[in-house]
Design a protein around this ligand. Structure first.
Ligand code: ZN
Length: 1003
């Protein structure tokens, strides 16, 4: 169908509308309250079942095709999907009849469509938004995943989508509901964040099949989700949709479908009104029996539906008309509606809703389909997304500090959107096709490059001393993750600039790949800093695609890096200079090797921790923290992925979504591990070789309260025809009594119990995968003696505790079968002609003293891991003193550190002269004796480059704060802005507060 036809039709209809209803005032950016909100909703009938028919299209921001291919309709042999035509044709159909409605969700697509439209169409669309026919729901940049997305990224991706809608349509378009109709499980933190964004209701598509059966039976498909912490305003009405997000069987009127249209000519042999209406009413009665009010929501749409919208609306018009002709007999009344209008109807029902306090993980769609594989699928991509997220935050900060006058810059927008797209529920999940994942990676790389470029430009502007005219060019090493960097490897003299994006002064260990034997590291005073050379881990040099001559890492401690600031270090290879015999000079690492039986135990130690390795096996077998020892063994194992043709539940294969091992436990990868041990003044390392495809460095820095496990995994061998899922398992003697704790999107902690669900009696059909939960930051276990041990992760991973005392994390998966949930590819990632090699880090933390806490360690460490320093490099021929006369060595964005329990979550240019600031309390109530307390942050004279002229509080998504809908039974009915003294911000445990600062440059 020629889309030009629809545009023409739209223009005709717009001109008709322009002379029609003039009662509705549409003042740009300032609409009167009477036309906003729910007062345009259809009026339901009392005493009958009111059927809210919700037309919608679920448009994945990349899955089987890339975002661009989906938008334009290219590559249609994979999937006939073109989002541009959806909006083209839906708008025309809405203009034809003011009763028709449509739900718009993914702003990444809508934004593209909008910018291509003429003024006349834009005007028409604005009217459709104002009169409630086109309702935005959620309106994030995408519909983000809830298991593997980090909270910072969720907030960011929702913020840019909602900002676009607000800037374009104003208050009337503000979504009051959000629907997460396709994500594979739902988190508490996500619901809490939505509540803080002022949504009134959340609709979910997929929940566990056992849970859903119970809820249907007990009419508890709708509830109030207490998603946050006591005292927070994080309760949210939550409803489970009856048929995920699909239409009733037999009622798909899309051009994709072959269901029968409604034929209402009684003379036609195809006439079917009576049977079609009867079938629909039967379905409605069945659905209504699962819900507590006389309203039900029926989704009419599916993936990429409504490209030929007339086929939907023409048949829905008829269906509604004929159903309503018989309302007095059937007791069923149908009308076009939206999630917002449905919620409006429910609010009038005066119901007491049941309360939910746990989350919706893991999600199972049948007895052998636990969607827990995607917690780990595509681990390199997940790592890439997380590290790019950290870069984005640093880039935002530097733009806010140095370019607040000009508002958000193009490089920032490019990275922000790439990161937002990557949060989609088929992106970060690792469940998109390979070519689509490649496209996500391309976007991230382009965004990261442009951000690095803008950081380099900032340095070239601010680093030269006032009388210096010599430009300086800082560059970035994109491949530090594989210990590769052109400048540090090949230059005899270079300067590294370390930007600390934490809001407190911090000392950080820096590792730079080098090939020389001896280096001098100088601080800004010209003093030599203690450094150590450590050989690269045994697997690093064999990472495919690595193009590096580096053989070692140069390690030094960058001390007391300023908050939101940087410091330069001048580094030279020492054969080019005379070494002075100083205390701070370089120390090399001493080495010894242990392998095979009858060797003595090996240990590495720092002030707090001692890790002991068994001389016979080479594996970790004991850890001592603050003088208290605990038996702790560590090993790598793999599950064999189930193969199968998916023809029946029991033949389900392990795949991109599903984790289904074919046995009860995993196989050890190696019984005996080869060891090399390196010790020195800054760091001690045990280099372990488990197999040719699995190596690890166990690392202990001086002063560090954690033990680092830097692993390299792959290519996972598959020559035996068996897919494998590799896990890192820590076994201790803690009696954890089936209990373990996992984070929710990197924020609140959720208690888990093995083989147990808090709200229904679980029938255990998959004892391993059914106990897996998503990790974004950490998991831990404890015992009745108060001993605690946990692991912090550097990216999303699946984790569990299958036996008391055990912590298990899945780090990599390579599978040979598709699991038949749509992606149509086995998760068999290859790169450089062989199976994908992944490098990642887990950090072990513990406290074995009675009544001890590890919260301080995991909270601080998780923050450092997600907000790593940004390193920039410049080669130079200047001596240290020449460099120092020409360039500055140090800069601080904050005049003082923020308190240890506060994170400066967001600091970004919003508009010209305005900065968005989010402050976050990173501790949960009762988590730590002192750090969990309320805290006050003073913004008075805090920033070095600008002063705050005024500030105003916004909701979490950067919108105006609204009173949320008052629900009967909801504890926190209305919210009023907490009073705060000017520039003094009070934060309760886990609280995030968002402010818009108007700033002026300091003279
Ligand atoms: Zn989807």
């Amino acid at each position: 169908m020629n889309p030009g036809y629809f545009v023409l039709q739209a223009v005709i209809l717009i001109s008709q509308l322009a002379t029609g209803d003039r009662k509705v005032p549409t003042v740009q950016g300032k609409r009167t309250k009477s036309i906003c909100g729910y007062d345009k909703c259809p009026v339901e009938k009392p005493g009958v079942i009111n059927v809210h028919i919700v037309p919608h299209s679920h448009d994945d921001v990349g899955w089987l095709k890339t975002v661009d291919q989906y938008y334009y309709g290219s590559n249609n042999s994979i999937q006939a999907a073109a989002v541009q035509y959806i909006y083209d044709t839906v708008i025309v159909e809405l203009l034809k009849d003011s009763r028709r409605r449509f739900v718009a969700v993914e702003v990444a697509f809508f934004w593209r469509w909008w910018k291509e439209q003429t003024k006349a169409i834009k005007t028409a669309v604005k009217r459709l938004v104002d009169n409630g026919q086109l309702e935005f729901v959620g309106a994030g940049w995408c519909m983000n995943d809830e298991a593997t997305a980090y909270y910072t990224d969720i907030i960011d991706q929702m913020t840019i989508g909602l900002k676009f809608i607000n800037d374009t349509f104003g208050e009337c378009a503000r979504p009051k509901t959000v629907w997460q109709i396709d994500p594979f499980g739902h988190s508490k933190e996500q619901a809490a964040l939505f509540a803080l964004m002022d949504f009134d209701g959340l609709f979910l598509g997929r929940i566990d099949y056992q849970d859903k059966t119970n809820r249907k039976y007990s009419k508890t498909m709708e509830m109030i989700w207490e998603a946050g912490h006591p005292g927070d305003r994080t309760s949210l009405f939550t409803g489970i949709l009856y048929n995920n997000y699909s239409p009733p069987p037999g009622f798909c009127f899309d051009s994709y479908c072959s269901d029968q249209p409604i034929v209402d000519d009684p003379h036609s042999p195809e006439y079917n009104v009576k049977t079609r209406v009867a079938d629909f009413i039967k379905y409605v009665n069945e659905a209504a029996s699962a819900y507590a009010t006389n309203n039900i929501l029926i989704t009419m749409g599916n993936d990429f539906n409504y490209q030929f919208a007339i086929s939907w609306y023409k048949n829905l018009d008829k269906l509604i008309r004929y159903v309503n002709k018989g309302t007095s007999r059937s007791g069923v009344y149908a009308f076009y509606s939206t999630p917002g209008c449905y919620l409006n109807s429910l609010s009038k029902a005066n119901k007491e809703w049941p309360i939910k306090e746990d989350d919706f993980f893991p999600y199972a769609s049948d007895p052998h389909a636990y969607w827990t594989g995607y917690f780990t699928s595509r681990p390199s991509f997940k790592g890439n997304i997380r590290s790019t997220s950290g870069l984005l935050q640093a880039c935002k900060q530097m733009s806010a500090i140095f370019s607040h006058k000009s508002g958000p810059s193009n490089p920032l927008v490019l990275l922000e959107r790439a990161e937002a797209v990557a949060q989609h529920h088929d992106a970060v999940t690792g469940t998109a096709k390979q070519h689509v994942t490649d496209d996500y990676v391309r976007r991230l790389h382009e965004g990261a490059s442009s951000c690095y470029h803008s950081i380099a430009k900032i340095y070239s502007r601010i680093l030269p001393q006032e009388d210096s005219t010599q430009p300086v060019h800082f560059r970035h090493c994109h491949y530090l993750n594989v210990s590769q960097c052109q400048i540090t490897e090949h230059e005899g003299r270079f300067v590294v600039n370390i930007y600390n994006q934490l809001s407190m002064e911090e000392s950080l260990y820096i590792r730079l790949p080098i090939r020389g034997k001896s280096y001098v590291v100088l601080n800004q005073e010209g003093e030599e800093v203690l450094s150590q050379i450590v050989p690269l881990g045994p697997g690093v040099r064999f990472i495919p695609g690595r193009n590096s001559t580096a053989t070692s890492d140069l390690v030094f401690l960058a001390e007391r890096l300023p908050a939101l600031g940087f410091r330069s270090y001048y580094i030279m290879e020492s054969k080019t200079v005379l070494r002075k015999n100083k205390a701070g000079a370089q120390k090399s690492s001493s080495k010894f090797t242990r392998v095979g039986k009858y060797s003595e135990d090996v240990s590495i130690n720092n002030e707090r921790i001692s890790a002991k390795f068994d001389g016979e096996t080479g594996k970790l077998h004991e850890i001592v923290i603050d003088g208290v020892a605990v038996t702790l063994s560590h090993s790598f194992l793999y599950y064999k992925g189930m193969s199968g043709n998916n023809s029946r539940f029991k033949f389900r294969a392990s795949g991109a979504y599903i984790f289904r091992p074919n046995g009860t436990d995993a196989d050890q990868i190696s019984e005996v591990v080869k060891l090399n041990v390196y010790t020195g003044p800054l760091v001690s390392e045990v280099h372990q070789v488990f197999s040719p495809w699995l190596t690890q460095v166990v690392r202990l820095y001086k002063g560090a309260p954690y033990l680092e496990f830097d692993w390299i995994c792959g290519p996972i061998p598959i020559r035996d025809g068996v897919g494998k899922e590799v896990v890192s398992r820590f076994t201790t003697d803690l009696h954890s009594k089936s209990i373990f704790f996992t984070d929710s999107n990197g924020r609140q902690i959720v208690k888990r119990k093995r083989d147990f669900r808090p709200t229904w009696k679980l029938n255990v059909t998959e004892p391993t995968s059914g106990n897996y939960y998503p990790l974004n930051s950490f998991m831990y276990i404890g015992d009745s003696f108060g001993r605690r041990i946990g692991v912090v992760v550097d990216r999303a991973e699946g984790g569990t505790s299958l036996r008391d005392g055990e912590l298990e994390l899945m780090i990599h998966r390579r599978l040979l079968f598709d699991d038949a949930f749509g992606v149509g590819e086995a998760l068999n990632e290859t790169e450089f002609g062989e199976g994908l090699v992944v490098r990642g880090t887990n950090y072990l933390i513990g406290n074995f003293s009675s009544g001890g806490t590890i919260s301080q360690h995991y909270r601080q460490l998780a923050l450092k891991v997600s907000k790593k320093p940004v390193l920039s490099f410049a080669k130079t021929s200047l001596s240290f003193s020449q460099w120092k006369t020409k360039y500055k060595f140090e800069f601080a964005g904050l005049k003082r550190s923020l308190p240890a329990n506060v994170n400066l979550l967001t600091f970004e240019p919003w508009e010209t002269g305005k900065i968005l600031l989010r402050l976050e309390h990173i501790y949960q109530e009762g988590e730590h004796p002192s750090l969990s307390k309320e805290v006050t942050v003073s913004l008075e004279d805090l920033f070095t480059t600008f002063s705050i002229v005024s500030m105003r509080e916004l909701n979490l998504a950067g919108g105006e704060i609204h009173d949320r809908m008052a629900w009967n039974g909801m504890k926190h009915e209305k919210t009023h802005l907490r009073k705060h003294d000017y520039l003094e911000v009070n934060l309760k445990p886990m609280e995030i507060r968002t402010f818009l600062l108007t700033v002026e440059e300091k003279i």
